[in-house]
Write a protein that binds this ligand. Structure first.
Ligand code: ZN
Length: 104
């Protein structure tokens, strides 16, 4: 762990400039928050992910193309860890996409 912190330091990332950055509880098959997942997406649209698998507790770092809805497979047990969209986050995203404004 600590890879994302390292990335932020090395690239001098400003929170405002990041496409996406979150740190969540990761839920296991029984919907219990027994793991953690951190996702950082920079302007290159690559998701940098650190997770503790909620099923097997495996800790790892991975990179993969960013897309919604986002999920990543545990490298050890192949459990699919998902990042659910939060309500306030959806709002913020809607605000930053004023595509429908000005049509009226
Ligand atoms: Zn696992």
């Amino acid at each position: 762990m600590g890879k994302i912190d390292e990335y932020i330091k090395t690239h001098n990332c400003k929170p405002k400039e990041l496409v996406y950055h979150t740190w969540r509880d990761a839920k296991n098959a029984e919907k219990k928050p027994t793991g953690k997942i951190r996702v950082l997406v920079d302007k290159d649209m690559v998701a940098r992910v650190e997770y503790t698998c909620p099923e097997c507790k495996h800790q790892a770092y991975a990179e993969q193309p960013w897309k919604r809805p986002f999920s990543i497979k545990c490298a050890k047990c192949s459990f699919k860890i998902t990042v659910p969209k939060m309500k306030d986050e959806a709002k913020r995203e809607a605000k930053s996409q004023p595509a429908e404004e000005g049509k009226e």
